[in-house]
Design a protein around this ligand. Sequence first.
Ligand SMILES: [Mg+2]
Length: 232
Amino acid sequence: MKTYKHLFFDLDRTLWHFDRNSEETLQEIILEQRLHDYGVSDSTAFIREYRKINEMCWAQYRKGELDKESLRVIRFSRVLEQHGVHTPGIAERMAERYVEVSPTKTVLCDGAMDVLEYLKGRGYVMHIITNGFEEVQFVKLNNSGLSPFFQEVIISERIGFKKPHPKAFEFALRTSGALQDESIVIGDDLEADVGGARKAGIDQIYYNPERLTHEEVITHEIAHLHELRDLL
Ligand SMILES: [Mg+2]
Protein backbone atom coordinates (compact mmCIF):
# COMPACT_ATOMS: atom_id res chain seq x y z
CA MET A 1 0.00 0.00 0.00
CA LYS A 2 1.31 3.36 -1.06
CA THR A 3 1.83 6.05 1.56
CA TYR A 4 -0.04 9.27 1.01
CA LYS A 5 0.36 12.59 2.72
CA HIS A 6 -2.17 14.91 1.04
CA LEU A 7 -5.84 14.03 0.71
CA PHE A 8 -7.97 16.08 -1.69
CA PHE A 9 -11.67 15.74 -0.94
CA ASP A 10 -14.54 16.73 -3.15
CA LEU A 11 -17.23 18.52 -1.08
CA ASP A 12 -20.75 18.03 -2.52
CA ARG A 13 -22.03 14.44 -2.23
CA THR A 14 -18.67 13.30 -0.82
CA LEU A 15 -18.69 15.05 2.58
CA TRP A 16 -21.64 17.46 2.49
CA HIS A 17 -24.89 15.59 1.90
CA PHE A 18 -25.94 17.56 -1.14
CA ASP A 19 -29.17 15.68 -1.83
CA ARG A 20 -30.61 15.84 1.67
CA ASN A 21 -29.60 19.46 2.14
CA SER A 22 -31.01 20.36 -1.23
CA GLU A 23 -34.27 18.51 -0.51
CA GLU A 24 -34.74 20.40 2.79
CA THR A 25 -34.00 23.71 1.08
CA LEU A 26 -36.37 23.10 -1.82
CA GLN A 27 -39.22 22.01 0.47
CA GLU A 28 -38.80 25.25 2.42
CA ILE A 29 -38.68 27.43 -0.68
CA ILE A 30 -41.67 25.74 -2.29
CA LEU A 31 -43.72 26.61 0.83
CA GLU A 32 -42.27 30.07 1.14
CA GLN A 33 -42.96 30.99 -2.50
CA ARG A 34 -46.46 29.48 -2.21
CA LEU A 35 -46.07 27.29 -5.29
CA HIS A 36 -49.19 25.43 -4.23
CA ASP A 37 -51.17 28.54 -5.21
CA TYR A 38 -49.72 28.20 -8.73
CA GLY A 39 -50.89 24.62 -9.04
CA VAL A 40 -47.76 22.83 -7.83
CA SER A 41 -49.46 20.31 -5.52
CA ASP A 42 -46.80 17.58 -5.40
CA SER A 43 -43.59 19.05 -4.04
CA THR A 44 -41.78 15.68 -4.15
CA ALA A 45 -42.41 15.33 -7.88
CA PHE A 46 -41.37 18.97 -8.37
CA ILE A 47 -38.07 18.30 -6.56
CA ARG A 48 -37.47 15.12 -8.56
CA GLU A 49 -37.83 17.07 -11.81
CA TYR A 50 -35.72 19.93 -10.49
CA ARG A 51 -32.92 17.45 -9.77
CA LYS A 52 -32.91 16.07 -13.29
CA ILE A 53 -32.88 19.56 -14.75
CA ASN A 54 -30.22 20.74 -12.31
CA GLU A 55 -27.93 17.86 -13.35
CA MET A 56 -28.39 18.75 -17.01
CA CYS A 57 -27.68 22.41 -16.28
CA TRP A 58 -24.52 21.49 -14.35
CA ALA A 59 -23.33 19.33 -17.26
CA GLN A 60 -23.82 22.35 -19.52
CA TYR A 61 -22.02 24.57 -16.99
CA ARG A 62 -19.02 22.21 -16.86
CA LYS A 63 -18.78 22.33 -20.65
CA GLY A 64 -18.95 26.12 -20.55
CA GLU A 65 -22.34 26.23 -22.30
CA LEU A 66 -24.04 27.97 -19.36
CA ASP A 67 -22.64 30.65 -17.11
CA LYS A 68 -23.17 30.69 -13.37
CA GLU A 69 -25.96 33.26 -13.25
CA SER A 70 -27.91 31.56 -16.04
CA LEU A 71 -27.52 28.16 -14.38
CA ARG A 72 -28.92 29.46 -11.11
CA VAL A 73 -32.12 30.79 -12.64
CA ILE A 74 -32.66 28.45 -15.62
CA ARG A 75 -32.82 25.32 -13.44
CA PHE A 76 -35.85 26.87 -11.72
CA SER A 77 -37.49 28.47 -14.75
CA ARG A 78 -37.34 25.13 -16.63
CA VAL A 79 -39.01 23.12 -13.90
CA LEU A 80 -41.60 25.86 -13.27
CA GLU A 81 -42.43 25.89 -16.99
CA GLN A 82 -42.94 22.12 -16.87
CA HIS A 83 -45.55 22.78 -14.20
CA GLY A 84 -47.23 25.46 -16.27
CA VAL A 85 -45.96 28.30 -14.09
CA HIS A 86 -44.88 31.20 -16.28
CA THR A 87 -45.34 34.04 -13.78
CA PRO A 88 -42.38 36.40 -14.08
CA GLY A 89 -40.03 36.72 -11.15
CA ILE A 90 -40.68 33.41 -9.36
CA ALA A 91 -37.70 31.57 -10.85
CA GLU A 92 -35.43 34.49 -9.93
CA ARG A 93 -36.76 34.60 -6.36
CA MET A 94 -36.37 30.83 -5.96
CA ALA A 95 -32.83 31.00 -7.37
CA GLU A 96 -31.89 33.74 -4.95
CA ARG A 97 -33.39 31.98 -1.93
CA TYR A 98 -31.80 28.65 -2.89
CA VAL A 99 -28.34 30.17 -2.85
CA GLU A 100 -29.09 31.84 0.52
CA VAL A 101 -30.71 28.90 2.28
CA SER A 102 -28.95 25.76 1.02
CA PRO A 103 -25.43 26.52 2.33
CA THR A 104 -26.87 26.95 5.84
CA LYS A 105 -27.85 23.26 5.81
CA THR A 106 -25.56 20.94 7.71
CA VAL A 107 -26.34 17.31 6.89
CA LEU A 108 -23.09 15.45 6.19
CA CYS A 109 -22.53 12.17 4.38
CA ASP A 110 -22.66 9.19 6.68
CA GLY A 111 -19.49 8.88 8.73
CA ALA A 112 -17.88 12.08 7.40
CA MET A 113 -17.08 13.69 10.76
CA ASP A 114 -15.72 10.47 12.34
CA VAL A 115 -13.51 9.64 9.43
CA LEU A 116 -12.14 13.18 9.16
CA GLU A 117 -11.24 13.08 12.88
CA TYR A 118 -9.53 9.75 12.30
CA LEU A 119 -7.58 11.00 9.28
CA LYS A 120 -6.58 14.18 11.07
CA GLY A 121 -5.31 12.06 13.95
CA ARG A 122 -3.25 10.04 11.48
CA GLY A 123 -1.52 13.25 10.42
CA TYR A 124 -2.82 13.62 6.88
CA VAL A 125 -2.92 17.08 5.34
CA MET A 126 -6.42 17.51 3.93
CA HIS A 127 -7.81 19.85 1.30
CA ILE A 128 -11.05 20.48 -0.56
CA ILE A 129 -11.23 20.65 -4.34
CA THR A 130 -14.68 21.64 -5.54
CA ASN A 131 -16.49 22.85 -8.64
CA GLY A 132 -19.10 24.57 -6.47
CA PHE A 133 -19.48 28.33 -6.20
CA GLU A 134 -17.12 30.22 -3.95
CA GLU A 135 -19.66 32.17 -1.90
CA VAL A 136 -21.70 29.09 -1.03
CA GLN A 137 -18.90 26.56 -0.48
CA PHE A 138 -17.26 28.56 2.31
CA VAL A 139 -20.61 29.06 4.07
CA LYS A 140 -21.26 25.31 3.87
CA LEU A 141 -17.82 24.45 5.24
CA ASN A 142 -18.21 26.86 8.15
CA ASN A 143 -21.80 25.98 9.07
CA SER A 144 -21.29 22.24 8.92
CA GLY A 145 -18.15 22.26 11.06
CA LEU A 146 -15.89 20.98 8.27
CA SER A 147 -13.61 24.02 7.96
CA PRO A 148 -11.08 23.14 10.69
CA PHE A 149 -10.08 19.92 8.93
CA PHE A 150 -8.85 21.53 5.75
CA GLN A 151 -5.71 23.40 4.91
CA GLU A 152 -6.53 24.54 1.36
CA VAL A 153 -9.94 25.00 -0.22
CA ILE A 154 -9.53 25.00 -3.98
CA ILE A 155 -12.54 26.43 -5.77
CA SER A 156 -12.47 25.77 -9.49
CA GLU A 157 -14.50 28.90 -10.20
CA ARG A 158 -11.71 31.04 -8.79
CA ILE A 159 -8.84 29.33 -10.62
CA GLY A 160 -10.63 29.25 -13.96
CA PHE A 161 -10.44 25.46 -14.52
CA LYS A 162 -13.18 23.08 -13.47
CA LYS A 163 -12.71 19.44 -12.60
CA PRO A 164 -12.12 17.20 -14.60
CA HIS A 165 -9.63 19.57 -16.26
CA PRO A 166 -6.13 18.41 -15.22
CA LYS A 167 -5.14 22.05 -14.65
CA ALA A 168 -7.59 22.22 -11.72
CA PHE A 169 -5.71 19.36 -10.05
CA GLU A 170 -2.29 20.74 -10.97
CA PHE A 171 -3.30 24.03 -9.38
CA ALA A 172 -4.46 22.16 -6.26
CA LEU A 173 -1.11 20.38 -5.91
CA ARG A 174 0.85 23.58 -6.39
CA THR A 175 -1.24 25.56 -3.90
CA SER A 176 -0.96 22.84 -1.27
CA GLY A 177 2.72 22.19 -1.84
CA ALA A 178 1.82 18.55 -2.51
CA LEU A 179 3.54 16.10 -4.84
CA GLN A 180 1.52 14.01 -7.29
CA ASP A 181 2.91 10.82 -5.86
CA GLU A 182 1.96 11.52 -2.24
CA SER A 183 -1.59 12.73 -3.06
CA ILE A 184 -4.94 11.08 -3.55
CA VAL A 185 -8.31 12.50 -4.63
CA ILE A 186 -11.54 11.30 -2.98
CA GLY A 187 -14.82 12.03 -4.73
CA ASP A 188 -18.21 10.76 -5.83
CA ASP A 189 -18.03 11.77 -9.47
CA LEU A 190 -16.46 9.34 -11.92
CA GLU A 191 -15.81 11.98 -14.53
CA ALA A 192 -15.00 15.12 -12.55
CA ASP A 193 -13.14 13.62 -9.59
CA VAL A 194 -11.85 10.21 -10.62
CA GLY A 195 -11.28 10.79 -14.34
CA GLY A 196 -9.85 14.24 -13.71
CA ALA A 197 -7.40 13.05 -11.05
CA ARG A 198 -6.29 10.14 -13.23
CA LYS A 199 -5.58 12.48 -16.15
CA ALA A 200 -3.52 14.64 -13.80
CA GLY A 201 -1.54 11.58 -12.70
CA ILE A 202 -3.01 11.46 -9.17
CA ASP A 203 -4.41 8.36 -7.46
CA GLN A 204 -8.14 8.28 -6.82
CA ILE A 205 -10.71 6.90 -4.41
CA TYR A 206 -14.18 6.64 -5.89
CA TYR A 207 -16.86 7.12 -3.24
CA ASN A 208 -19.76 5.16 -4.68
CA PRO A 209 -22.42 4.80 -1.96
CA GLU A 210 -25.05 3.60 -4.41
CA ARG A 211 -22.67 1.01 -5.84
CA LEU A 212 -23.26 2.16 -9.40
CA THR A 213 -21.74 -0.15 -12.00
CA HIS A 214 -19.00 1.17 -14.25
CA GLU A 215 -16.04 0.10 -16.38
CA GLU A 216 -13.45 2.53 -15.03
CA VAL A 217 -10.11 1.48 -13.64
CA ILE A 218 -9.78 3.23 -10.29
CA THR A 219 -7.08 3.12 -7.61
CA HIS A 220 -9.65 2.34 -4.88
CA GLU A 221 -13.40 2.30 -4.56
CA ILE A 222 -15.50 2.59 -1.39
CA ALA A 223 -19.23 2.52 -0.67
CA HIS A 224 -18.97 4.05 2.81
CA LEU A 225 -16.60 6.74 4.09
CA HIS A 226 -15.64 4.47 7.01
CA GLU A 227 -13.75 2.31 4.54
CA LEU A 228 -11.17 5.09 4.30
CA ARG A 229 -9.85 3.82 7.64
CA ASP A 230 -8.76 0.61 5.95
CA LEU A 231 -7.11 2.40 3.06
CA LEU A 232 -5.42 5.35 4.77
MG1 LIG B 1 -19.35 15.62 -5.71
